[in-house]
Design a protein around this ligand. Structure first.
Ligand code: CP
Length: 299
């Protein structure tokens, strides 16, 4: 195994061979279905979920992944931890380490905070989403979903359009890195005000032009909690409406949670809307991708 990093903070921590190795392992876990890993690589290991921002998919899937690997997990949430009394993230992590956890999964609103914690603690730190900077395990699970959908090892020759509130999206930032590394051509689509200035990638406002050519659309949530502003015409201009979806036969993705009726119509979001709707496959892939990461770093 090539990847010898202690932490997983960014897709930048990995080379293409590392990503392919993790995808292969995750794919094997996905094939196991709901079974527990027979060799229990996390036996007697305790992982901490330190979530200072809300989450459904990422937090639950790390918990399930740790348990399927034979380990256990404790949840520490911002609202019920001493972070709410002003304790720093580094102090919180040092305390968890002193209690004997074998790794810490961190979600927080501060860009770069998991990397700062990683400089202070000995146990592996896994970034579960920091501010608008990165969400590397989301990018891995998206790559796993797409490679399985296309039946290929990598994404050479495939095109992916990431659509919506790119400016506030850590998912977009990590996905541009990961999908590009795997050979996909990535285009970022959104209103001028929500296109990024800091991502080296093709950008456009012309959604319909891109939709007619792309193999996959990854719709993103408008992040109102990060002060994203959209006009009344957002759905008409940038939403995956029922009408648009009818004329599109590529893969449909969304990392969730979805603003139904805004970036994606209800009828399109419903899983039985199309065999190309991969939204819940992404969620299943999330458990497997996180099993591969936990096994590699902590197992
Ligand atoms: N996709 C994603 O990160 O979802 P959660 O915020 O529910 O974890």
């Amino acid at each position: 195994m090539a990847w010898n990093g202690r932490h997983f903070l960014s897709i930048d921590d990995l080379g293409k061979a590392d990503v392919l190795m993790l995808l292969k392992r995750a794919s094997a876990f996905l094939d196991m279905g709901d079974e527990f890993a027979p060799d229990a690589p996390l036996n007697e290991k305790l992982v901490a979920n330190l979530f200072l921002e809300n989450s459904t998919r990422t937090r639950c899937s790390f918990s399930i992944a740790a348990k399927r690997l034979g380990g256990d997990i404790i949840d520490l949430l911002g609202s019920t931890s001493s972070a709410s009394k002003g304790e720093t993230l580094v102090d919180t992590a040092l305390n968890l380490e002193a209690m004997g956890v074998s790794g810490i999964v961190i979600r927080c609103s501060e860009d770069g905070a998991p990397a700062s914690v990683a400089e202070e603690v000995a146990v592996p730190i896994i970034n579960a989403g920091d501010g608008v900077s990165g969400h590397p395990t989301q990018a891995l699970l998206d790559a796993l979903t797409l490679t399985r959908y296309f039946g290929s090892e990598d994404l050479k020759g495939r095109s992916v359009a990431i659509v919506g509130d790119i400016a506030h999206s850590r998912v977009a930032r990590s996905n541009v890195q990961c999908l590009t590394m795997l050979g996909a051509e990535v285009t970022l689509v959104g209103p001028e005000a929500l296109l990024p200035t800091d991502i080296d990638c093709k950008c456009t406002t012309a959604f319909d032009d891109v939709l007619s050519e792309t193999d996959c659309v990854m719709m993103l949530r408008v992040q109102f909690e990060r002060d994203a502003k959209v006009g009344d015409d957002y759905r008409a201009e940038f939403g995956l409406t029922e009408e648009r979806a009818k004329s599109f036969d590529g893969a449909i993705m969304h990392p969730g949670p979805i603003n139904r009726g805004l970036e994606m119509d209800d009828a399109v979001a419903n899983i039985d809307s199309s065999p190309h709707n991969l939204i819940l496959s992404q969620v299943s892939s999330g458990v497997a991708a996180r099993m591969a990461v936990l096994e590699h770093l902590i197992g």
